[in-house]
Design a protein around this ligand. Structure first.
Ligand code: ASP
Ligand code: MG
Length: 405
C-alpha cells in the first residue's frame, strides 16, 4: 500500500466527462489498496473567465476579493470529483486549501506556502477516503483566502506530497511527459524517461512550459521526486529528480524555443559606474522580468558611451518602454529601439558541466542554417541565443537533429 498524491490540471478536468475519467483512474488506485490524495485545478478556462468577470466590474479589482473569486474555480472541481467518486462507491471527501492545512503568507495572488498541517487529510485517509484537495489556494494564519500564482495547483501537489511524505507524486497533464523538444514542432522529439530538476527549470524558463517553475524549485528544495504523465492514457511519463550519472553522460538533453521575448536596445548610454543600476532597478521595481543582457564595448562620443541590449517578456514590453522613456533624461541614453520579431533558442543538459565544445557546435549549426545570432548567454547547463523569430522553428529542428538526433 502506497500513499500517492495525484494532481490533475485544468485540461484533465475540463468537462464533467473528463472528471469522471479522473474518478475512474483514482478508483483503480484506491481499489488496489493505495491511499490517494487528489489535487485538482479549476476546469480549463474557468480561472481566465473569472478574471474576465472581475475586470468587467472594475479595472483594479481588490486583491483580497480576487483571491476569494479565483478560489471558487478549484472548489467547483473538488466537489464534482468527490461526487464522481461517490457514484463509483468510493468514499471520498473534498478539502479546500484551508481545510487541507495549507498556511501561506498574506501576499494575495502570489502567496507563498509557509507550512502545511495536513491533520484532516491524514484522518480522512485513515478512515479509507480518497482526499481531494483544491489546488492553487491556501489561507493566511489570520484566515484570509489566498492563491499561489497562476499554475499554482502544481505547487499544492508538490507541497502536499512533501508534507504527507507521499511515496509517489504524479502530475497528470495533457502531454505524455517532458520531451527533448516541442513535439508539435520537432517530429523526432523524444519523451525523456527522467530529467533533473535543474534541466526542467531551465527548459521552463526557455519556453517549454510543462509545470509552474516555483513548484519545481520547491520539489528540488524538499527532494520530492515526481512523475509528469498524461491523464489521457496509461503511458509511463517522465520522472523529475536529482541529476544522475546517466543523465550527465548526455551533453544536450533538450532544446527549446521561446517566442515570448522582445529585445530592447538603448543607444549611447553614458558609460560610468551606476548606470546599469539606474536602468535595471526601475525595471525591476516595475516588475519587468529581464532575461538576457548584453553590453557592448565602450566607444567615445565626447564622453565614453556604450550600447546596451536586453530581453523582456513580450507582455512586459510596453511597461519597460514607459519606464525607460520616463527616465531617458536622467539615465542619459540617446535612443531606444525595440524588436518583437526575435526568439530565444536554448540547449539544455546537465552533461554540459563536464563536456566542452557545445557552444561552438551550436554556432556551427546556426551558421549552416544562415541564422544570425543577436545575443548569447550561458549558464552551467544551458546555452541560449537570441535569433530572428522567422528562422526560429527551422533552427530548433536542426539544433535538435545535431544534438539529440
Ligand atoms: N486555476 C489556476 C490557474 O489557471 C491554477 C492552476 O490551474 O494550477 O492558473
Ligand atoms: Mg495548470
Amino acid at each position: 500500500m502506497a500513499l500517492i498524491v495525484q494532481k490533475y490540471g485544468g485540461t484533465s478536468v475540463a468537462t464533467t466527462d473528463r472528471i469522471k475519467a479522473v474518478a475512474d483512474r483514482v478508483a483503480r488506485y484506491h481499489r488496489n489498496g493505495d491511499q490517494v490524495v487528489v489535487v485538482v485545478s479549476a476546469m480549463s478556462g474557468v480561472t481566465d473567465k473569472l478574471i474576465g468577470m472581475a475586470r468587467s466590474m472594475t479595472d483594479m479589482p481588490a486583491e483580497r476579493e480576487m483571491d476569494m473569486l479565483l478560489a471558487t474555480g478549484e472548489q467547483t472541481t473538488i466537489a464534482l470529483t468527490a461526487m464522481a467518486l461517490h457514484s463509483l462507491n468510493i468514499p471520498a471527501a473534498s478539502l479546500t486549501g484551508a481545510q487541507a492545512g495549507i498556511t501561506t503568507d498574506g501576499v494575495h495572488s502570489k502567496a507563498k506556502i509557509k507550512n502545511i498541517t495536513p491533520a484532516q487529510a491524514h484522518s480522512l485517509l485513515d478512515q479509507g477516503n480518497v482526499v481531494i484537495v483544491a489546488g492553487f489556494q491556501g489561507r493566511t494564519s489570520e484566515g484570509q483566502i489566498t492563491t499561489l500564482g497562476r499554475g499554482g495547483s502544481d505547487l499544492t501537489a508538490i507541497a502536499m506530497a512533501a508534507a504527507l511524505k507521499a511515496d509517489l507524486c504524479q502530475i497528470y497533464t495533457d502531454v505524455d511527459g517532458v520531451y527533448s523538444a516541442d513535439p508539435r514542432i520537432v517530429a523526432t522529439a523524444r519523451k525523456m524517461e527522467s530529467i533533473s530538476y535543474d534541466e526542467m527549470l531551465e527548459l521552463a524558463s526557455s519556453g517549454a512550459k510543462v509545470m509552474q517553475s516555483r513548484s519545481v524549485e520547491f520539489a528540488k528544495k524538499f527532494g520530492v521526486v515526481f512523475e509528469v504523465r498524461s491523464s489521457l492514457n496509461d503511458n509511463p511519463g517522465t520522472t523529475v529528480k536529482e541529476s544522475s550519472p546517466d543523465m550527465e553522460n548526455v551533453v544536450v538533453r533538450g532544446v527549446s524555443l521561446d517566442k515570448n521575448q522582445a529585445k530592447v536596445t538603448l543607444l549611447n548610454v553614458p558609460d560610468h559606474p551606476g548606470v546599469a543600476a539606474s536602468i535595471f532597478q526601475p525595471l525591476s521595481a516595475a516588475a519587468v522580468n529581464v532575461d538576457m543582457i548584453v553590453q557592448n564595448v565602450s566607444h567615445e562620443d565626447g564622453l565614453p558611451v556604450t550600447d546596451l541590449s536586453f530581453t523582456v517578456e513580450k507582455t512586459d514590453l510596453t511597461k519597460a518602454q514607459k519606464v525607460l522613456n520616463d527616465l531617458q533624461q536622467s539615465i542619459g541614453f540617446a535612443e531606444m529601439t525595440t524588436d518583437e520579431s526575435i526568439c530565444k533558442l536554448s540547449v539544455v543538459g546537465v552533461g554540459m558541466k563536464s563536456h566542452s565544445g557545445v557552444a561552438a557546435r551550436l554556432f556551427e549549426v546556426l551558421s549552416t542554417e544562415k541564422v544570425n545570432i543577436l545575443m548569447i548567454s550561458t549558464s552551467e547547463i544551458k546555452i541560449s541565443v537570441v535569433i530572428e523569430c522567422s528562422k526560429g522553428e527551422a533552427a530548433l529542428k536542426s539544433t535538435h537533429a545535431a544534438f539529440v538526433g
